[in-house]
Design a protein around this ligand. Sequence first.
Ligand SMILES: [Zn+2]
Length: 546
Amino acid sequence: MRSRSGFAAVAAACIALLLPAAAHAQQVTGLEVRQGDGFATLTWQPVAGATDYQIERTPAGAPLGTGVVVGVWRPNRQVNPNQPAFADAGFNPGDSFQWRVRARIGATPQAYSEPVSGATLPEFGDPATPGENLRTQWEQTNAATYTSDVNEYAYTAALDAASERVRVVEIGRTVLGRPINMFIIGYPAPKPTARAISNSPTALLNCNVHGNEPSSREGCLILARELAFGNDARTIDLLRNMTVLIVPTINGDGRAANIRGNSTGQDLNRDHSLLRQPETFALAAMVRDYTPEVAYDGHEFGNSQAGDLPTLWPRHLNVARSVMGESKSLVEDWLYTNGSEDGWWYCPYGCQNGGGVGLSQETILRNTMGLKNTVSMLLEARSSGGPTRPDEAIPANNRRRKTYSAIYTMQQVLDYYRERQRVVERAIRTSILVQRVNATPVVFRGSYDVPAFPAPHPGEAPPPDEPPTGILNPPPCGYLLTEEQYRSQQDGSRPVADRLAAHGIKVRRRGSGWFVPMRQELRGLIPLLLDGQAAEPMVAGQRIAC
Ligand SMILES: [Zn+2]
């Protein structure tokens, strides 16, 4: 046995010696780099039999071999794994580097490619031009410090003053009295009133609800400057054709304390239906008045095995299929495709054993917005570098990757909306009609399923299904509230009357009480708030059959 296996080894070595061209073919070729906003996309020719690839980055001028592996490319990053691409991020924008890529077959590294080099793009905005030269605290400190509330307000006011395209409004105050600001951005200037904006295409970026997940907030502050001063054809076209609403921080108290909840400990992303807190109340009233067609909600998630950018759409079964489907298309068609081209790894939230997340709670903004007939998604930027981004033990590198990938995602959401404006409008019109007719069943909880894509694929590991509970078929005609119920408060919140009004739910007097008809735009939300059997009702009204 020994001599035979020894012979086989010798034979294999001879074959390798005889076939140097075959060994050479394991080296990555065709490496190219193109620069993005805070990231660099590397692309190369695939190597037959490669298990994965390592991406090495070396400062310009330093000897090759002294750099670090900043990325590990795996086939399930992309919908088109035969055209590998990796978005390197985590460097200081404007610095110059050399990159090399090598395949690994099993655990065995192959030869590195020839290097490519380039200067990365600097932070947006000419340092010599007033307005454009504004920088957040996070940018000024090279990502060492997050932007404080005080710096956010100063930067916001300065941007407002410097750009004709920007108007800043205060939409409410936190429990501790911090202003909740919103950038309203349009070209050449934003439309003058909420009504005018409501009557025209509008996108909403909600940047920070969990105070300890700050990367989308940093991204939003930078993005506001890019939209305020960008003079490229794309930016002008976007802003000629839509209003962009950016709410950097609804949870200013939680951000200042670096905690998930607000100052009372309430998780605000479990309060978007009940509106017990002033922060969620303010956002709901704004949504009622401005009626965005497309909405983004920014988060971070702690699964180090997941993709760079777990995303998800509204799944509650009371969301009209047209709006659910268009939101799903934003993620599965637009983000998976463009992300793959640019080297970003999207996947459905809950992917790679992420646990019981991404379900149907109407308290979560992703779902609430769907119930409000809005095409919607959440982003859950992977909080740690994980095995595919091994150089993120340095906190600034980790923060830059998350922030610039959030900016990329938000820009993609705007591009998607611009491209599909008519389709989105049609999906929303259909949704509103379906809700007003009130003919289809409603449920208290339960999700549209997310079918898995065949592996390897960003969609190979979707979140779990949630079977429907409390099916009302046929749906009720409405709910009757007593005067006392209508005026009642919950945990120190505002009265039910005010919270229904903040959503835009219509009510009418009936006898000594109030009737809430199901035949209205927000039908899907009504039983979740007013049925005593719902999972988290606001008040237990009397269900009225048709
Ligand atoms: Zn979150």
